[in-house]
Design a protein around this ligand. Structure first.
Ligand code: NPQ
Ligand code: MG
Length: 369
């Protein structure tokens, strides 16, 4: 294929309710959507960078800038396959979320032109994925229990509680007491602790959690390895894992016992699959993370989460976990599972009216101009 043009759309999606994590509260989701036009096909990619650099150093407007200034020009005016995107962009440091978005859009276009689904291309072995849900820090324990109860009534098969110092043992104990020992339960700290908090985190041991996600800073692999020796809850890395190489190092160091795979964080679906392969070869379970994606990113994540190493439920929730109205046909829970799209490419496209209603601005990149 060849890139004829790329639309970069700034989109704002109101959240049904604020989402609070250890790094702050979000009231709506700012998104960069890419549409790659190629030979009559339109491929879509969703950039998961937030509006502010709070989860990672990337943010939406930086992604837009680096795409327009460096990444798209490096892909223009040539025959291109999705597998070329990573190598062609490798000399530009970092900006993995921006790179992932353009690779995803090229992949969608290429697979549409070939009539092949992303799930089939990646090597999916199932047509539905068990859905977990990420639950933000609540105003009170009763409010948390009510929210968790609602998700369980909807059918979610795993609960993830966001934690931070001052909101950890108490909410976990309350959820265990209310919903029982059999509930698949895990926690995510988004880097809010230090190794000196190991004794506090060891208090979570008795609750038989599936895992604790990213307790320590992104750069602190050694700290995670030390922590893993001091607690029985398996240590799962999110922010720290940026590539197949980094996951191999983390595993070797004993810093990572479970892997959260987010395609945006690692530079794309192809690198995400390599991480899946490395982790699986080491016998580690992996699961698919989430970044409050619209149906565009959600569809592609479901294709990835259908690979055989994704043995834990992901943050691959239904559309209505976050949005009253999605940009695509909504993804829905069916008996606690979400269906993997089967159409060509990612198998979905935004509804034009809903997309224009949510679009704040559009920039167009055209090769050779
Ligand atoms: C995580 N996601 O696993 C993240 C982080 C996260 C589903 O828990 C706006 C945009 C708000 C992206 C809040 C989940 C966000 C966001 C949290 C990502 O660490
Ligand atoms: Mg996380």
């Amino acid at each position: 294929m060849r890139i004829d043009a790329v639309e970069l759309r700034q989109v704002r999606m109101p959240l049904k309710s604020p989402f609070r994590t250890s790094f702050g509260s979000e009231y709506d989701r700012s998104i960069l959507l890419l549409a790659v036009h190629s030979g009559g096909a339109v491929g879509w990619g969703e950039c998961v960078a937030m509006s502010d650099p709070l989860y990672s150093s990337e943010y939406r407007d930086a992604a837009t800038d680096v795409l327009l200034r460096f990444l798209l020009p490096a892909l223009a005016d040539r025959e291109l396959r999705a597998t070329d995107v990573g190598p062609l962009l490798e000399r530009f440091r970092g900006h993995r979320m921006a790179k992932a978005a353009i690779e995803a859009a090229v992949l969608d276009a290429e697979l549409q032109l070939r009539g092949e689904s992303l799930a089939g291309y990646l090597g999916a072995t199932t047509d539905r994925v068990a859905a977990g849900v990420s639950v933000g820090i609540a105003d009170s324990i009763p409010a948390l229990l009510q929210e968790v109860g609602g998700y369980l009534d909807s059918g979610y098969r795993r609960i993830k509680l966001k934690i931070q110092p001052g909101w950890d043992v108490e909410p976990v104990a309350a959820v265990r007491r209310e919903f029982g020992a059999e509930l698949p339960l895990q926690v995510d700290a988004n880097t809010a602790y230090r190794l000196s908090d190991a004794r506090q985190l060891a208090r979570l041991d008795e609750f038989d959690l599936l895992l604790i996600e990213q307790p320590l800073p992104e750069e602190d692999l050694l700290g995670h390895a030390r922590l893993a020796e001091q607690i029985s809850t398996p240590v799962c890395l999110d922010e720290s894992i940026t590539s197949a190489e980094s996951v191999a190092q983390a595993i070797t160091l004993g810093a990572c016992e479970v892997v959260n795979i987010k395609p945006g964080r690692v530079g794309g679906y192809l690198e995400a699959r390599r991480i899946h392969d490395v982790a699986s070869a080491h016998g580690l379970p992996v699961w698919c993370g989430g970044m409050l994606e619209t149906g565009i990113g959600r569809a592609a994540n479901l294709a990835l989460a259908a690979l055989p190493g994704f043995v834990l439920p992901g943050d691959t929730s239904a559309s209505d976990r976050y949005y009253a109205e999605d940009l695509t046909e909504p993804f829905v829970l069916e008996d606690g599972y979400v269906r993997v799209p089967t159409g060509p490419g990612i198998g979905v496209a935004p509804d034009p009216d809903r997309l224009s209603a949510r679009t704040e601005s559009v920039q167009t990149f055209t090769p050779g101009s």
